[in-house]
Design a protein around this ligand. Structure first.
Ligand SMILES: [Zn+2]
Length: 259
């Protein structure tokens, strides 16, 4: 079975799961603006003061953007199996099915469930996808003469590397609102109405109406095991545009305008 087939199968599961449960990943740039609108619509209004540090929020909307540094190289090979176990568990509870279907051809097609699919469809289980991801993540060997070494991180260009990194990052994001984690970094009673974000591969764009952008940066710098490079912080760059993907955003009071 080709690696492309596995990859399509993963993406079908990943996008279903991540889109329907608590996903933050934008899989297609055409969905970037709808994702931003959805984020803004899910935020609760604030009192004008940051819930964590009590600084004044001058414009009613905080924006923080960052890149995840070297996401492939920093992705822990050993974390991929655990991350997929989490994703597949959520998929099974959502769809009451432990397999996905993929039809090969000029255009791939995907589905879920175990019935109603005709000849030409492959049925691929969550367990099979896990085995493929774990094996792919572990295949980072290089040879120096007779010495064989295994490199840390995912191999760039590996057939399943981007899938493995995506599910690894999504797994990390699933812990964002863990109350013990948040309490340890000074956040009380903080949840999805306070912080919303979307991510395209390794580019994060986050929003809040109740926290300042500096406090947003604390949430994300402690959420990912990878290091972040800050791209934009509205507290520090008021009046300047924020660039994310192909878009330029401007804060207009409590609203966001984009070009
Ligand atoms: Zn703050």
């Amino acid at each position: 079975m080709s690696s492309r087939l596995w990859l399509e199968s993963y993406w079908s599961c990943g996008s279903w799961h991540l889109a329907t449960i608590e996903g933050h990943e934008v899989f297609d740039q055409s969905q970037a603006i709808p994702a931003v609108i959805k984020c803004l619509g899910a935020l609760q209004s604030g009192s004008g003061v940051c819930k964590r540090c009590h600084c004044v929020l001058p414009h009613g909307l905080s924006v923080y953007s960052a890149d995840i540094d070297q996401a492939f190289e920093a992705c822990d090979n050993n974390s991929v199996g655990k991350a997929w176990a989490w994703a597949s568990s959520a998929f099974i509870s959502s769809y009451n099915s432990s397999s996905t279907q993929v039809r090969r051809g000029r255009q791939f097609a995907v589905g879920h469930g175990t019935e109603g699919w005709s000849r030409g469809w492959w049925v691929i289980s969550m367990t099979q996808i896990q085995a493929a991801l774990v094996a792919s993540a572990a295949s980072t060997f290089c040879a120096l003469g007779d010495v064989v070494l295994q490199l840390r991180g995912m191999s760039i260009g590996g057939s399943l590397s981007s899938s493995a990194v995506a599910v690894h990052l999504a797994f990390e994001e699933s812990t964002a609102f863990d109350s013990e984690r948040l309490a340890a970094i000074g956040f009380q009673n903080c949840g999805i109405a306070d912080v919303q974000w979307c991510r395209y591969v390794d580019d994060i764009l986050s929003f809040s109406r109740t926290l300042c952008s500096r406090c947003l940066s604390v949430i994300f710098s402690t959420l990912y095991s990878e290091k972040l490079s800050e791209v934009y912080s509205s507290d520090l760059a008021l009046g300047n545009p924020c660039n994310w993907l192909l878009f330029e955003f401007h804060i207009r009071g409590p609203h966001l305008a984009w070009t």
